[in-house]
Ligand binder design. Structure first.
Ligand code: MG
Length: 277
């Protein structure tokens, strides 16, 4: 009886093992491309933010420009409204590249669950030059409004993070997280009612105007070109190669595409040198 039982267990184990090998073989045969594979593509962009001094130099350049703009603006401003600067938070004032690095090597992409934990951890670090500029603005009585698409679930962590780093005006009036819409225009409009907005700082075109929203790559180019004199003046852009609406444009807004599909869409958009050595 015992022998028969052992034989049965052995047979079941062999069947399970064979089917596992079969599944693995199949996956290899169809070349299944996982999120872990796709996350490998984040390595260079994340490293660029974390290790290139060029990134730091670009950030300082942006905030030096911001200071110059503010001085110019205040020098000629004769209005009665108080002056404000509107800023985005993520990848504009604070660096979340450690969250991106956490995705690398894992078989999952960005999710609101892990992002919520990251916000609560309050571990983002300041973007070079951001703190000095915002505190300079404060010294000139210019108020800062943080218009970010972090959701309200992250309010406490965001407030804690920004305050701990020493950013000014971090309170319920100035820290405007996303409540209903990801469109920032209604929040910008709210600020504009009572303040003269000197300029805006962000890393994503939606931080400046809603006209860029859900546009194709070609249309985003056209819209940016239309207002080419504005960049560096009314709109100051920080570099963010890790994520943004530029990525959504590659997928034509289909963020739910599989890792394999995203990989294909990315590669299909490369402009290649047609050379056959
Ligand atoms: Mg941002």
């Amino acid at each position: 009886m015992k022998k028969i039982k052992n034989k049965l267990i052995l047979t079941v184990m062999v069947i399970v093992l064979a089917s596992l090998i079969g599944v693995a073989g199949q996956a290899q045969a169809t070349g299944s491309y996982t999120t872990r594979d796709l996350n490998e593509q984040l390595v260079m962009a994340t490293l660029w933010i974390q290790t290139s001094a060029e990134f730091r130099a670009l950030c300082y350049q942006s905030f030096n420009l911001a200071r110059m703009n503010l001085d110019l603006f205040l020098g000629s401003y004769a209005g009665t409204k108080p002056v404000a600067v509107i800023v985005d938070a993520d990848e504009t004032l604070i660096d979340n590249s450690a969250y991106e690095a956490f995705l690398i090597g894992n078989d999952f992409g960005y999710s609101s669950k892990t992002w919520t934990s990251w916000m609560a951890a309050a571990r983002a670090t300041p973007i070079p030059g951001a703190l000095a500029f915002l505190n300079y603005a404060k010294s000139k009585n210019v108020e800062i409004f943080y218009v970010t698409n972090r959701k309200m679930v992250g309010y406490e962590g965001t407030e804690k993070n920004l305050r701990a780093l020493g950013f000014p005006y971090v309170d319920k009036k100035h820290l405007l997280l996303r409540t209903k819409s990801s469109d920032k225009q209604p929040r910008r409009g709210m600020v504009a009612k009572d303040y003269e907005i000197a300029f805006l700082i962000g890393d994503n075109l939606n931080d400046f105007l809603s006209v860029f929203s859900t546009k194709s790559i070609a249309d985003r180019f056209t819209e940016v070109d239309k207002i080419k004199e504005i960049w560096g003046k009314k709109f100051i852009v920080l570099p963010n190669p890790t994520y943004g609406d530029w990525e959504g444009a590659i997928y034509k807004g289909n963020w739910g595409a599989s890792a394999a599909e995203k990989n294909k869409m990315r590669k299909d958009h490369l402009k290649r040198w047609d050379f056959h050595p």
